[in-house]
Design a protein around this ligand. Structure first.
Ligand code: SAH
Length: 265
């Protein structure tokens, strides 16, 4: 890519905003087992994908599928059926096949993780497909010829073939993460999480701790500065919330109060 192209692309990305996962399409070539189809649909729903295309499935029974993949009627009803793979892929701006094993032919192989951002990038401009093969034979060489590349999920080489729905789940998960979902900031927090301690609260905590440690002669043979720096490093790494910082501070205060009481007696 030359510099001018690079500039245009970056500009485009900015304009395009967040990736359009609505353009990501899962394509199943001749799936043989209805339970696997349902498993694929479940994986898609889990990871926020909605567009399924199926080419000559051995069986298709919407009622049984939704019996296995609950609340997936939207994907099942909107699934598009084709009698040839060419037709199913005709409008796709990128097609990535999937395979457990490198074949004899030279192809653009890449790990599933590497393909995810490329698929998302392509999905900004049109349908981008991930293609899965049939359970017994995988994708034919002719099917792989229709692909821009082949995504491989790394596995134990002695047992590399994943179940169709499980392979689909991993690909969809990579796409989900790559699209920016699964942000660590969105991790669930306990109801009692009090928010990060402020700088002032952290300083109060260190002061209280230092005061308490001094009262029990902890610094006798140690340098208070060095010890407190170690506590600073340790507690900063722990990232205490306000309540936790308050608890550590209370240890320091209680030591001081206890000794004051004891010495009065
Ligand atoms: N016996 C077949 C296995 C097919 S498994 C074979 O040897 O090819 C059904 C489908 O799941 C495959 O066609 C592929 O789309 C997907 N799949 C299974 N294992 C995979 C892996 N390790 N990496 C990527 N896709 C995989």
């Amino acid at each position: 890519m030359n510099e001018a192209e690079g500039e245009t692309r970056d500009g485009m990305d900015e304009m395009a905003g967040s990736p359009d996962t609505g353009n990501l399409v899962v394509v199943l070539d001749e799936p043989q087992n209805l339970v696997n189809i349902a498993g694929v649909i479940r994986a898609m729903k889990n990871m926020g994908l909605r567009s399924l295309r199926v080419v000559n499935p051995a069986e298709w029974d919407a009622w049984r599928i939704t019996g296995i993949a609950h609340r997936s009627d939207d994907v099942v009803e909107s699934a598009r059926h084709f009698t040839s793979l060419q037709e199913a892929l005709s409008d796709c701006v990128m097609v990535v096949g999937t395979s457990a094993r490198p074949r004899a032919a030279q192809r653009n192989y890449g790990w599933a993780r590497e393909w995810a951002p490329r698929l998302l990038d392509a999905a900004r401009t049109g349908p981008a497909a991930i293609l899965f093969g049939r359970e017994d034979r995988g994708l034919s060489n002719e099917a792989l010829d229709l692909c821009d590349g082949v995504a491989i999920i790394p596995t134990d080489p002695d047992y590399s073939s994943l179940n169709l729905a499980q392979a689909c789940l991993i690909l969809c998960y990579e796409l989900f993460l790559s699209s920016g979902e699964g942000d660590p900031d969105e991790l669930p927090r306990g109801k009692r999480w009090a928010g990060n301690a402020t700088r002032d609260e952290m300083e109060q905590m260190f002061q209280a701790l230092e005061g308490g440690l001094a009262r029990i002669d902890f610094f006798n043979a140690r340098s208070p500065e060095a010890v407190m720096r170690t506590f600073r490093t340790l507690l900063a790494r722990a990232g205490p919330d306000r309540q936790e910082a308050g608890l550590v501070a209370a240890v320091g205060f209680e030591i001081q109060k206890y000794l004051a009481r004891a010495l009065q007696q």
